[in-house]
Design a protein around this ligand. Structure first.
Ligand SMILES: Cc1cc2nc3c(=O)[nH]c(=O)nc-3n(C[C@H](O)[C@H](O)[C@H](O)COP(=O)(O)OP(=O)(O)OC[C@H]3O[C@@H](n4cnc5c(N)ncnc54)[C@H](O)[C@@H]3O)c2cc1C
Length: 627
């Protein structure tokens, strides 16, 4: 109703002259039968769009209200339109090309969704297209750490480490359900070596050649001192030294390791982080389109014209600025979709993990150094498992080549860990593997390990005008980055775009809770107890899993269910119809894979038959709901 009121009573102040011309042209174009709007009624493109209530009636001009979303709000006010995803999806859109948004984002990984949330919250109108599922590429395949990256200190990446260290606690307080502090035990051995080409190893070789590339204990301790003190710490305890002969953490470790250092970092559910950023952006008014590929984008009359394709149908969206957060595809998008000349490139580095049955009983992770200069982690995972990773291998030029953990990589990780654990890790222990591709900025480093992990934001906006602003609609390309720095990257990305949106709001995301994260950092136990008091039929695992996934929203997911039977069909691994419906309605899930490998890791607990049944059930629902 608000949109309609805007249209009818406040038209002159809402739409500038230029937009009127475009709107009328668009309506004329739409009336042509080939564009699908005829007297017989509108063609229905199934794309979701927030914020326009039409009572289910599809109006050709409805997209105009999106197109002028910002103006309709009288400038840069935030919107607070909160609807479920199916509600929005059912409001199918009819205009193929009239929608003008401030910012169009390519890519639904952590960087794309983080930028979408940040920009929408500043009052911009935002649309995001992801060609597959959210977090279907690198952002669900990380080691899942909010960390400074201890080993990057050896590459003198102090700025990156400091940025990430400071960020850990900011993120923790905004999402205490999907992230939590973790202690890391680093057993010391005098045999462990640096990677040959780190600046630190070169310095040490110069001044202490007798060390022959080995890392001395004092250097590790010094690194940890820096790690403790470079970024502020409020919740996370500092480093301590352990005697592995007496400490319980020494139990699973071979006797030859007598000493260890223990330090803090944080865990995060990476794919859930992406989905929650997308949800938050959408609740604030952004348009999130999954399974929607950007096939081309070009500049025309001072705007970007972005062609997206979904289910075989194409749509053109007009935007004032374009962000390319295509991750491993960032270079391909520049060359093949946007077709501009650029000397910047991306280096694809594959990292693989293995997941084994739980290898030890406590809740701390291990940081193992290898004789080849590399490091790996062994981390408690999904209650009953241990996650071991990663490798670092160049992945060649084609980002679409599936990233899989080869047998050689799995064996390498097993051997590496077996060098530390008393009980060797066997092939039979491995229950799952996964692999992801790091889209690193190509800085010409010799080895994959040495390539910079920091992000690079590059702005293409043509020659500067008198006012110092670029003369063409801006394109921001995002190279590299870490899960840990996504929020900072979004802020800094916007700082680059600020001259084009001078009225936009200031930085706002620090510490602002993501959906379900509005409770204290140490509040998980209390929240779990509250859930089990309300639903005494939940066992500890089930209640804990729901709180870790949905935080304060777990109560809403379960609603007034008085027993497990009230949650509808069970799919295995404590997954029920009620939860799947939530994931489909609110979290963009469309397939069983979205649910069991990204929104959750229940794939580790469900059989192939159970997953297939879930897939069939979801397909049937999708048809019924007109997804
Ligand atoms: C093995 C490994 C371990 C890691 N561990 C950590 C860690 O512990 N901590 C940490 O902080 N960081 C870690 N990282 C780094 C982190 O995972 C990545 O930097 C981050 O996920 C990159 O996010 P992104 O959004 O740039 O890319 P992606 O997540 O890959 O997202 C890009 C998206 O763009 C989409 N896309 C591409 N082209 C198009 C198009 N034409 N139209 C529509 N959509 C398109 C893709 O489908 C994809 O979903 C790790 C990375 C790897 C590989």
């Amino acid at each position: 109703m608000y949109q309609i009121r805007c249209l009818f009573f406040d038209l002159p102040s809402l739409f500038p002259e230029f937009e009127w011309t475009r709107i009328l042209a668009s309506i004329r174009a739409l009336m042509k039968p080939e564009n699908g709007i005829s007297r017989a009624g509108p063609r229905q493109l199934r794309v979701n769009e927030p914020g326009c209530e039409t009572g289910g009636v599809e109006h050709p001009w409805r997209a105009l209200t999106i197109g002028n979303n910002t103006a309709c709000q009288g400038g840069m006010k935030m919107r607070d339109v909160r609807r479920t995803v199916p509600e929005r999806r059912r409001m199918t859109q009819t205009l193929p090309d009239a929608a003008t948004v401030d910012l169009f984002i390519i890519g639904g990984g952590i960087n794309g969704t983080g930028i979408a949330r940040d920009a929408q919250g500043r009052g911009l109108s935002v649309a995001l297209a992801e060609m597959n599922d959210l977090a279907s590429a690198t952002s669900s395949a990380s080691t899942k750490l909010f960390h400074g990256g201890l080993r990057y200190l050896e590459f003198f990446e102090v700025g990156l480490v400091r940025k990430a260290l400071i960020e850990r606690e900011t993120l923790l307080s905004a999402m205490p359900h999907i992230s939590w502090p973790m202690r890391f035990v680093l057993p010391y051995s005098p045999d462990m070596r640096f990677e040959g080409e780190t600046p630190t190893s070169r310095l040490l070789n110069l001044f202490m050649p007798w060390m022959k590339g080995r890392r001395p204990a004092w250097l590790i301790r010094f690194g940890l001192f820096l790690y403790d003190n470079l970024g502020g710490r409020k919740y996370l305890p500092g480093t301590r030294t352990l005697n592995l002969r007496t400490a319980p953490e020494g139990g699973p470790i071979q006797e030859r390791f007598a000493k260890a250092f223990e330090y803090s970092d944080c865990w995060v559910e990476d794919a859930r982080l992406v989905v929650l950023n997308a949800r938050d952006a959408e609740q604030r008014g952004a348009r999130i389109m999954t399974r929607t590929k950007v096939v081309s984008a070009h500049r025309e009359e001072g705007r970007w014209h972005v062609t997206v394709e979904r289910d075989g149908a194409q749509e053109v969206i007009v935007a004032r600025a374009l962000v390319n957060a295509g991750g491993p595809w960032v270079e391909e998008v520049i060359r093949n979709a946007i077709r501009i000349n650029s000397s910047e490139g991306v280096r694809l580095v594959r990292g693989s993990h293995i997941v084994t049955k739980r290898l030890y009983d406590h809740d701390k992770a291990y940081f193992f150094q290898g004789e080849d200069g590399r490091i790996i982690f062994a981390i408690p995972y999904e209650t009953d498992f241990t996650l071991i990773g990663t490798t670092d291998k160049d992945h060649g030029g084609d980002p679409s080549r599936p990233a899989v953990c080869t047998q050689e990589e799995a064996d390498y990780l097993r051997a590496f860990a077996s060098n530390y654990f008393r009980k060797p890790v066997t092939r039979e222990d491995v229950v799952w593997t996964y692999s992801g591709v790091r889209p690193l900025y190509d800085d010409g480093a010799k080895s994959a390990t040495a390539a910079t992990r920091d992000y690079v934001l590059s702005l293409d906006a043509g020659p500067a005008t008198d006012g110092g602003v670029g003369s063409e609609p801006p394109l921001l390309n995002v190279f590299g980055g870490k899960i840990t720095t996504y929020r900072k990257l979004a802020e800094q990305g916007f700082a680059r775009l600020r001259p084009f949106f001078p009225q936009a709001g200031g930085d706002w995301t620090a510490g602002v809770a993501l959906p379900g994260g509005d409770f204290p950092v140490d509040g998980v136990a209390r929240l779990t107890e509250k859930l089990t008091v309300a639903h005494p039929w939940l066992d500890d695992y089930w209640a804990g899993r729901l709180i870790r996934a949905y935080g304060t929203e777990a109560m809403t997911v379960l609603g007034n269910a008085g027993s497990a039977a009230d949650l509808g069909q069970g799919f295995g691994g404590t997954l029920t119809e009620r939860e799947v419906r939530w994931l489909m309605d609110r979290e963009y899930a469309r397939t069983a894979e979205d649910v069991v490998w990204r929104r959750s890791k229940l794939g580790l607990r469900m059989s192939a038959d159970e997953i297939a049944l879930l897939d069939q059930w979801m397909t049937a629902q999708t048809g019924a709901e007109n997804f």
